[in-house]
Design a protein around this ligand. Structure first.
Ligand code: BES
Ligand code: MN
Ligand code: ZN
Length: 491
């Protein structure tokens, strides 16, 4: 699928289908649209009337244009209210167009959408993202793909000029999102700590990133007792992955992105019971998957910011070597942890990963983790929790996420709740009481950061979609690669 911007006037465009974006309660056609309507025998007016189309966000209608029209099909796409227009409106509208185009077996398509904030580049990029991400289908594990190959060959975004750079950029970002989706969707017998590390190695090779993979012995030397405690029951070796993107000149800033990378979470001896969703726990490397996805995009986009990508990859398994509930582990910063629940393993792996990231002397650290079911209870499936003690970092992530169309909600870092993690025998326990479970998890992580501005993203909800929605298809979403990339690029 070739996506390109053009200044070909609407009335001159010819091809299989044309998609027109219309605002809510503004379906009376004017200007070019009314001229096009006249040209094709009032088909647009007819379609609007027939389908009682009001332009509501998410709505759409399609019709064939008969006669000898140079355009075969017409789609109208509701974009919601004009004053609520955003890049995400356009992105979601484009996803609707893409799905209709696929269903209608369209080969050549034109999209005429309003430009957001007079930014033709950003608008074109959002359209490209909406189309690419909604059309992405993972057939890797099917012996026969269910759906027929996509017919869509060319998409012309009308009225934006060429926009080659913006569209290429969007394609690059999407390649990172798709890598994250594929890593998350792959089962735990395909994505293991070993294959996950291989993927990181391939990225390093393809995009000239530096890579360091600490094997178990090196993790031992560094005293990563928390990470290794989680890893000890697995038959597979843990891999502590550190990828670095370095710009050619002097970096403006140095950042670290740290992703929870549990290729499977059985819960350990506090095993996940029936109805716990244990069979979905291949997604527990969602943070690491998005970290590698971001590395893939950033390695190609080449901003003048140094970025470290850190993934402590392992499985949380059971065996005679497994951590016992109640074991005490010592993390690489010397803090001791009483493991009162082996299923709160993500924070143990992150503890050592955060200590490692801070030793890199970066200006800011963001961790992302499918950390708690409690966060899903609090914010549902579409919104990630965001914790930080640094107001600037909160603002940066909010700005990055709004442009990306990925949702975050700032949550309280309520120090008082750390009381729930007090241990009579060690420096802390790894779990507190059920209420506020996502907050105590964030407070636990905070023990492993000294002074670097740091944000924690609990992405347990949005890494996975139960049904097709917006740019996401059912399954892995690639959340929050787009936010991470924007964050780095905005520095
Ligand atoms: N990986 C899970 C969290 C999770 C739950 C991710 C649902 C995605 C969907 C995490 O390791 C975990 O098991 N957390 C426990 C913590 C508890 C033992 C304090 C949880 O949320 O129940
Ligand atoms: Mn767990
Ligand atoms: Zn987990």
């Amino acid at each position: 699928m070739d996506i390109r911007g053009t200044d070909t006037p609407l009335l001159d465009w010819t091809g299989d289908a044309i998609a027109l974006g219309l605002f809510e309660n503004e379906t009376a056609l004017t200007g070019e649209l009314s001229q096009l309507d006249e040209k094709i025998g009032k088909i647009i007016t007819e379609l609007i009337e027939e389908t009682e189309f009001e332009g509501k966000s998410g709505s759409s209608a399609v019709t064939r244009i008969g006669g000898n029209s140079p355009i075969r099909k017409l789609m109208i796409i509701g974009l919601g209210k004009r004053d609520e227009l955003s890049l995400d409106t356009v992105r979601l509208g484009a996803a609707t167009v893409a799905r209709l185009g696929k269903k209608e077996k369209v080969k050549t398509l034109a999209i005429q959408f309003p430009v957001v904030n007079e930014d033709k580049g950003a608008t074109s990029a959002a359209i490209a993202e909406g189309m690419i991400l909604s059309l992405h289908q993972d057939n890797r594990f099917k012996s026969e793909p269910e759906d027929k190959p996509l017919k869509l060959e060319t998409v012309d975004i009308l009225g934006v000029g060429e926009q080659t750079e913006a569209i290429n950029r969007a394609q690059t970002v999407c390649s990172g999102v798709i890598l994250a989706r594929e890593l998350v969707a792959a089962p735990a017998n395909a994505v293991t700590p070993v294959t996950f590390a291989q993927t990181a190695q391939e990225l390093a090779k393809d995009y000239s990133l530096d890579i360091e993979i600490l094997e178990k012995e090196e993790c031992e030397e560094r005293g990563m007792g928390a990470f290794l405690g989680v890893a000890q029951a697995s038959d597979l070796p843990p891999k502590f992955i550190h990828l670095t993107y370095k710009p050619s000149g002097t970096p403006k800033r140095k950042l670290a992105i740290v992703g929870k990378s549990l290729t499977f979470d059985s819960g350990g001896l506090n095993i996940k019971g029936a109805g716990s969703g244990i069979e979905t726990m291949k997604m527990d490397m969602g943070g690491g998957g998005a970290t590698l996805g971001a590395a893939k995009a950033i390695g190609q986009l080449k901003p003048d910011v140094e970025v470290h990508f850190v993934c402590a990859a392992t499985e949380n398994m059971i065996s005679g070597r497994a951590m016992h509930p109640g074991d005490i582990l010592t993390a690489s910063n010397g803090k001791t942890i009483e493991v009162n629940n082996t299923d709160a393993e993500g924070r143990l792996t992150l503890a050592d990963a955060l200590v490692f990231a801070e030793q890199l002397e970066v200006d800011a650290i963001v961790d992302l983790a499918t950390l708690t079911g409690a966060c899903v209870v609090a914010l549902g499936g579409d919104i990630s929790g965001l914790w930080s003690t640094d107001e600037t970092l909160i603002e940066e992530i909010k700005t990055a996420s709004e442009a990306a169309g990925e949702k975050f909600w700032a949550m309280p870092m309520e120090e008082k709740y750390f009381e729930g993690l007090k241990s009579p025998i060690a420096d802390m326990k790894n779990t507190g009481p059920r209420p506020g479970g996502s907050i105590t998890a964030a407070l636990f992580l905070k023990q492993f950061i000294k002074e670097t501005p740091w944000a924690h993203l609990d992405i347990a909800g949005p890494v996975w979609a139960d049904k097709e929605h917006g740019v996401n298809n059912c399954g892995a979403t690639g959340f929050p690669v787009r936010t991470l990339v924007n964050w780095v690029l905005n520095q």
